[in-house]
Design a protein around this ligand. Structure first.
Ligand code: CA
Ligand code: CA
Ligand code: CA
Length: 464
């Protein structure tokens, strides 16, 4: 969303490498190994060493002027406030919607903020369904409400309902006496415009960061499948499996990669779905208004409010958002924290390293060694985190391992540290202590660490 001059970027890029070398030459104690060196570059060649509020908003290094212009066009669309007035440039909003722009949920291209008690929802949305599956194996839409709740509407139209949230605090103490508290959210749907069926299932989801998506898309399916262990054949209690979802463009099932349950196969489908459901803007992949068949849809059905070129530009923008590099990967505490992360088993799901597929058509994404810290697989995370709403192959207790790259910069970019699918965690410790299900042993191992070791692990997360 923020554009810096290329020269500054290359300068900073070089400076970061330089300070790294100077740092090394002062310490001199250990040899730099090739793999340690790469580790600073979380997004391979597409890493930027910027850590302020625009850390998630940088374009890829070295895009050609034409490609850079396309990225900028997408950037404008991502930030644009859409309107229901067809005479406006950015039109098609509504009749019902969640928010008016991509950027209002993904502030600074980052994740959303959980609403406080009594606050209206802004970057958090509720997915809805009733038991059963649609013809493509996806969630079954709720009659008169569809697949998502839209609490806002254009002038003169009824929104679907209001939603309120409240939290119950559950205080705990670590064996060494340090205390923490886990807040359990509860959502209440009030004043629905028409009655909601009794068997409705609800999945609250907070916006997640959108940088690095092109690189995640460039991981080979075979590399994702290689980490799956559906029947836990190696008996470590962890049994990740891919989601498989309908890819509209190709008319085939593909591995799901995006969203908290990996229910979207590609950046373009994720973005098109956001236009459709989050903003009420029809497009080539989702030609029907989200309010189709409901009383809110009164005007003529416009099946193509968004130009294909705009959908392409915005997807290109998201795919070419660079990844922030590590800050202090060689700090001794950070290095100890990384060893603990690996030894207690966080890395079983938050898989650090991949090499992206060779791609002649998109050389900027091709053959990059990246460190996203995710397996993009679904894991049973236990009853505490369950939404009890299946989504394609994901069950009501399964979630996709989220990438951890850039997570240490969350506060700088969005001004808070809300984590997990509904933003309930207020810091790293809470996020970890909510882990259950397949991660329960790893969570317990974290709990039983000394305070010093826990702090080292948290410092490692902060360095990502
Ligand atoms: Ca519309
Ligand atoms: Ca709806
Ligand atoms: Ca296993």
């Amino acid at each position: 969303m923020f554009k810096r001059p290329t020269t500054l970027a290359s300068l900073l890029f070089a400076a970061a490498g330089l300070s790294f070398l100077i740092f090394q030459s002062c310490r001199k104690a250990e040899q730099i190994k090739e793999e340690d060196m790469n580790e600073w570059y979380s997004g391979g060649k597409q890493t930027v060493f910027i850590s302020g509020s625009s850390a998630f908003s940088q374009e890829f290094n070295g895009l050609s002027p034409q490609k850079s212009a396309l990225h900028d066009e997408g950037d404008k669309l991502f930030g644009a406030t859409f309107n229901s007035d067809p005479g406006q440039m950015y039109h098609g909003l509504g009749p019902i919607y969640n928010n008016v722009s991509c950027g209002s949920c993904h502030v600074g291209d980052g994740g959303g903020k959980a609403p406080n008690t009594g606050e209206t929802l802004s970057s958090l949305l509720l997915r809805l369904s009733i038991p059963g599956e649609n013809p493509y194996g996806g969630p079954l839409a709720v009659p008169m409400f569809g697949g998502q709740l839209q609490p806002r509407a254009v002038y003169g139209v009824s929104f679907e309902s209001e939603v309120t949230v409240s939290y119950t605090e559950n205080p705990y103490v670590f064996p060494d006496g340090e205390s923490y508290s886990l807040r359990q959210p509860q959502y209440t749907i009030t004043s629905p415009y028409t009655s909601l069926p009794g068997n409705v299932m609800v999945s609250p989801r907070i916006a997640s960061p959108v940088f690095g998506m092109g690189l995640l898309e460039a991981i080979a399916e075979s590399d994702i499948i290689a980490n799956a262990d559906e029947n836990d054949d190696d008996h470590n209690g962890i049994s990740g499996r891919p989601n498989y979802v309908w890819d509209i463009s190709s008319g085939t099932y593909k591995i799901g990669r995006f969203g908290w349950k990996a229910s979207q196969p590609s950046v373009i489908q994720q973005s098109a779905g956001a236009f459709s459901e989050d903003m009420g803007i029809t497009n080539r992949l989702f030609p029907l208004e989200s309010s189709n068949g409901q009383t809110q849809l009164t005007g003529p059905a416009d099946t193509h409010e968004l130009a294909d070129s705009a959908l392409y530009a915005i997807s290109y923008y998201v795919r070419t958002l660079a990844v922030p590099g590590r800050r202090n990967a060689n700090d001794p505490d950070v290095k100890s924290g990384k060893r603990i992360f690996n030894s207690i088993g966080c890395s079983n799901c938050h898989v650090s390293m991949y090499k992206t597929e060779a791609n002649m058509l998109f050389p900027e994404l091709s053959n990059q060694t990246i460190f996203p810290y995710t397996d993009l697989l679904l894991h049973d995370m236990g009853a505490g985190l369950a939404d009890n709403r299946p989504d394609n192959k994901a069950s009501g207790t399964e979630w996709r391992t989220p990438p951890l790259w850039g997570i240490g910069l969350t506060k700088n970019v969005v001004g808070h540290t809300h984590f997990l699918h509904d933003g309930r965690a207020r810091n790293f410790t809470e996020a970890i202590m909510w882990h259950g299900g397949e991660a329960v042993n790893v969570k317990n191992a974290f709990r039983d660490l000394s305070k010093t070791e826990r702090d080292q692990l948290l410092k490692f997360l902060g360095s990502l």
